[in-house]
Design a protein around this ligand. Sequence first.
Ligand SMILES: C[S@@+](CC[C@H](N)C(=O)[O-])C[C@H]1O[C@@H](n2cnc3c(N)ncnc32)[C@H](O)[C@@H]1O
Length: 316
Amino acid sequence: MSSVDIQLHAALARAVAGVPHHELRGRVAALSHRYRTEQVVDTAPGMRDALDALAYAVVRMPATFRALHVALAMAERHVSSPFTTHLDLGGGTGAAAWAAASLWPAISTQIVERQPAAIRLGKQLATGNFSSSWTSADLRDWTSPTTVDLITIGYVLNELAEETRRDLLRTAAQSAKTIVLVEPGTPSGHRRTIDARELLISHGFTIAAPCPHQGPCPIDWCHFAARLPRTELHRALKDGTRNYEDEKFAYVVATRSPVRRAAARVLTRPIRRKGQVVLDLCTAAGTSERVVVPKSAPAYRVARSAGWGDESPMIS
Ligand SMILES: C[S@@+](CC[C@H](N)C(=O)[O-])C[C@H]1O[C@@H](n2cnc3c(N)ncnc32)[C@H](O)[C@@H]1O
């Protein structure tokens, strides 16, 4: 576990102290069902009160934090300008703010969220860990008060009606140099990410990651995975037995700043067989290609150490 994961878990453990587990378990089950069946929309919010916010924070926030951290690390790697000002839209209990603060401790983050219970808990969790600033607002009629280096929109588009989603992206496109979007790693999350990607390209943005190209997406379901430890509390509340989980997510980093694109991106978990590695790559030419790298090839060592989601040299 990284030190930030430990800090987050400690903050969550403090927040649940004294809350009866059976009550929290009931909320976790109901909330998970609502999110799994994609019933969380504008008119039916996911988090309705303090106990819902706590349930979300305990079982979802460590995972959304990890996915956002991966996407922001990609922004740091592929976008050439620094991030000093940050707006997080639909910030929930603050996962993106935690991720940004862990990468850039001096960043100034403003979190926009409409659920008072999420804001209260988010403030409580952040206290003593990093400074955060919160705005209570509805994204359906949100306009940015300022221009920032970075806007994050994490796991939010799926809660907005299509028109609201497009309006929000247009407003974001006028208000930030770089936009990082993260969605669940489901086929529909992929489609929402691709739609957003197209809209941002039409507004003059360059795609910095994960795509090594600006053209149409060559695959049906682009998604990645972030592995995170499951705490005892998490396992107790979600009936899990494994001590880790893989958070599947789709993301895009779009920017108006110069980019340093990858030559290729590893699209799936590499298959390592005796004497060869099989990689599925998205290429700079905008194609997806399966390459088999035998032990005798000069690229074998690079291919052997590549992981799902990593940047890769072009191997043919
Ligand atoms: C699934 S949560 C994601 C929270 C956080 N971004 C994360 O990654 O953990 C979606 C968040 O978007 C917020 N949200 C949804 N629709 C909103 C709206 N119209 N205005 C403001 N916030 C909204 C919800 O209240 C919720 O906190």
